[in-house]
Design a protein around this ligand. Structure first.
Ligand code: ZN
Length: 263
């Protein structure tokens, strides 16, 4: 079974009928979904969704895209939430990471200092609770790398929705960060990303849809879905040397190990 390592399964259209979309996912061979949160407003939503269904796991974090929305108490609230689920006593095995967190300098008027402060603090929390991080980054690669070097995530992490160059991917891998492979590679014109992903060690890769965002080729204009992880895997098979079975099991194993999900 495949693992969708990044899917906003608490968003519409999934929120209206999660059981239906989970069935579609399972039919396509996707048995596990990791749901990153965006901030205070959906921490409890993702947590309760994961309590209701098998195969769903979540991450708690403060998404940089919504940094204007995070309250001044956001970090201490996050720390409290993590203490409840990731501390030694009340451990909720469904909480598997801190995220998503990161830097998004593509937003008009981005408050870069605030974003860097929130990311650094979340890296500290991840280390404190022994969790990996789910990273989001747009137009801030050098800044992200320097924050990661200052506070290395000891339980590792994943750079989600990677679409950069080979040297960038190698820099991340050197920092212990896995590469999240999403729908970009399903587009033949995405040569740079396809060539980069083809050249990386298979053990550094994990699959993700980022659904309902990032539609795969052939389904533009509709919300993306976790069952389309299968299409992303097919594109990976197309651009790499290894067999479909090897790619499926290696990418699932990498995600399962990072998030410590028992398969
Ligand atoms: Zn996301």
């Amino acid at each position: 079974m495949l693992i969708d390592s990044h899917c906003h399964f608490d968003f519409e259209p999934f929120a209206s009928d999660p059981a239906y979309y989970l069935t579609l996912a399972r039919r396509a061979g996707v048995g596990t979904i990791v749901i990153p949160s965006v901030g205070e407003r959906n921490w409890l939503v993702v947590k309760s969704l994961c309590q209701q269904f098998d195969g769903l796991y979540y991450a708690l974090g403060l998404h940089p895209f919504f940094s204007q929305e995070h309250s001044q108490y956001a970090l201490s609230l996050l720390s409290e939430q993590l203490a409840e689920v990731a501390g030694t006593e009340k451990k909720d095995r469904k909480c598997v990471a801190v995220g998503e967190c990161g830097l998004d300098f593509a937003i008009a008027g981005a408050n870069r200092e605030r974003q860097i402060e929130l990311l650094s603090a979340q890296l500290v929390l991840a280390n404190e609770y022994g969790l990996p991080v789910i990273l989001h980054c747009r137009k801030a690669f050098p800044e992200l790398v320097s924050v990661l070097k200052r506070t290395p995530p000891r339980a590792g992490g994943v750079y989600h929705g990677f679409s950069g160059s080979l040297p960038q991917a190698e820099q991340l891998i050197d920092l212990g960060i896995k590469i999240g492979v999403g729908g970009t590679i399903t587009y033949r014109r995405a040569n740079k990303t396809r060539n980069t992903i083809a050249a990386l060690p298979l053990t550094a890769l994990m699959l993700e849809t980022d659904a309902p965002d990032m539609p795969v080729s052939g389904y533009q204009g509709e919300p993306n879905r976790p069952d389309r992880l299968f299409n992303i895997m097919q594109s990976l098979v197309e651009i790499r040397e290894e067999s479909e079975a090897e790619i499926a099991s290696a990418t699932s194993l990498t995600a399962a190990e990072l998030f410590r999900i028992l398969m």
